[in-house]
Design a protein around this ligand. Structure first.
Ligand SMILES: Cc1cc2nc3c(=O)[nH]c(=O)nc-3n(C[C@H](O)[C@H](O)[C@H](O)COP(=O)(O)OP(=O)(O)OC[C@H]3O[C@@H](n4cnc5c(N)ncnc54)[C@H](O)[C@@H]3O)c2cc1C
Length: 467
């Protein structure tokens, strides 16, 4: 929406960050439809930050060639969520069932006809519908180090996989370079917008080292900054820091109040302290394969947002394209679902029917704990990978995923932590499989045994599905 910006320029930045693997028709949809959806959001009441003249205040983040990122201080997603949640209230045809955990998709004659879930009361229920949309977000929780909330367990990917849907690009996990790395504290995200405003990465000697690793220095794409941080930290044997010491403390605190508050929780001052940072799993570029209208490979099943993979991000997402992707492709999926064929007399959505859960937990059946799984994923599927690490991970994950699939078919467990672990195991296995198959380095996928990008063999996307 900026005066010196255009869809073409936004597309060029998106494709450059995606390292040769973006689906270009999907990118065109994103950048062409994007402004319309953003304007609609503003009409619905979204309050993005403005400059003193009342013009939208645009931020710049890594790998963007111009200032283009709308923001609501440093909690943009929350503002978008506030507006969208507010729109739902009062729409008569929408019934909201809060805190329900979707645990299965109902497949009949090769078509998804609804979903099973465990309600807040611990009872199983099902909803039948002629179109079902997965919007369960990402899977950062498979890694020990992550910026993602607790609920980002990849459930939608696991559910779709078990229902026979295609998944794609799962080797591409974005590791955000600057999660706050204070031992024992959560990995709070120190947004890229900080570097956009002039924050610098420094080593223990105070040297701004990024230019030694990358011509774009601190504003290089996330994958390259994340790798540089790991290498610099290994070289010096010490942590790497983010510093905002060159900026006005008042401006920093006014522009980034939420991050200021997060730093204060661990005794650090965002504006004046050196902040220890390191990479953490942040975003899943891959996911359930969809077309440009959210359709998966299984009739009746749609997906949008981080759980879906339209191909728009390629091998590495351009910062802030995710919320836009959710808006644009979520909107398109909604329209497509409305037009979907009524089949077999199914209503748009039938009221939920419920039954008691068995109360069994089967905890002993899965051969690893959540903690062990997240540790394994971080060590073996993290920023740098190779054949030995990935194969070793699969030796643990393959049998565990088989047990998880059996338990999911049983579908009578009432213990939410078991469903969570089953999703984590399933998605971790899919990530490891994909990462082992792709014998090159591209975007966020870095193989130390295949350090170069290899367009001849690998300029293609890897789809996977259960046979
Ligand atoms: C700290 C942080 C900062 C970010 N900043 C930016 C940014 O500035 N710009 C940007 O573009 N992107 C940003 N991202 C990425 C972006 O926020 C996400 O990609 C985006 O929110 C995904 O939206 P979604 O609707 O697909 O999923 P989510 O917003 O994650 O929502 C998924 C929902 O599904 C629910 N759910 C999950 N599993 C189940 C289940 N089995 N049953 C029922 N419900 C379930 C979850 O509870 C959650 O409410 C950031 C991410 C993080 C973690």
């Amino acid at each position: 929406v900026g005066p010196n910006d255009s869809p073409e320029r936004h597309a060029a930045d998106t494709v450059a960050a995606g390292d040769g693997l973006c689906d270009e028709p999907a990118v065109s949809v994103l950048v062409d439809d994007g402004p319309r959806y953003v304007r609609e959001l503003i009409e619905w009441g979204a309050r993005f930050d403005r400059d003193p003249e009342g013009r939208l205040d645009l931020a710049i983040e890594g790998a963007h060639s111009v200032r283009r990122v709308l923001h609501a201080r440093d909690a943009t997603g929350r503002e978008i969520g506030r507006v969208l949640a507010g729109r739902i209230v009062g729409v008569e045809s929408v019934t909201v069932i809060d805190h329900a955990l979707a645990v299965g998709l109902i497949v009949e004659d090769g078509r998804v006809v609804g979903s099973t879930f465990v309600g807040q009361d611990g009872r199983f229920a099902e909803v039948r519908a002629r179109a079902t949309l997965l919007a369960t977000g990402g899977a950062g929780q498979i890694f020990r180090e992550t910026t993602n909330p607790d609920v980002a367990t990849g459930d939608g990917v696991a559910l779709a996989w078990m229902a026979g849907a295609q998944v794609v690009d799962l080797e591409f996990v974005q590791f955000h370079p600057t999660a706050l790395a204070v031992p024992g504290a959560p990995r709070y995200l120190l947004s890229e917008a900080l570097r956009g405003e002039g924050a610098r990465l420094i080593n223990r000697d105070g040297e701004a080292f990024m230019a030694r690793y990358d011509p774009m220095a601190d504003l290089a794409p996330r994958d390259r900054v994340a790798r540089a941080i790991v290498l610099e930290s290994e070289r010096t044997g010490a942590p790497v820091y983010l510093t905002l010491q060159g900026l006005s403390p008042e401006v920093v605190r006014a522009r980034f109040p939420a991050i200021t508050e997060l730093c204060a929780r661990v005794g650090l001052d965002l504006a004046t302290d050196r902040l220890p940072v390191g990479p953490a799993a942040h975003y899943l570029m891959g996911g359930v394969a969809t077309d440009l209208d959210g359709r998966t490979s299984v009739p009746g099943l749609y997906a949008a947002g981080e759980v879906a993979c339209t191909g728009v991000h390629g091998a590495n997402r351009l910062a802030s394209n995710s919320l836009l992707e959710g808006l644009v492709f979520g909107g398109r999926a909604g329209l497509a679902m409305r037009e979907s064929e009524p089949t077999g007399g199914l209503p748009d959505a039938a009221p939920a029917r419920s039954r008691s859960a068995s109360g069994r937990s089967n905890r002993a059946a899965l051969p690893l704990t959540e903690e062990a799984l997240r540790d394994l994923a971080w060590r073996n599927l993290g920023v740098f990978r190779d054949d030995a690490l990935l194969s070793a991970a699969l030796e643990v994950l393959d049998p565990a995923a088989e047990v998880a699939a059996g338990m999911a078919r049983d579908a009578s467990l009432s213990d939410p932590s078991m469903w969570r672990l089953m999703s984590l195991v399933t998605v971790a296995q899919l990530v490891a499989r994909a990462a082992l198959r792709r014998e090159e380095s591209r975007g966020a996928h870095s193989r130390t045994d295949f350090p170069l990008r290899d367009d001849l063999h690998w300029k293609r996307r890897l789809f996977d599905a259960q046979t």
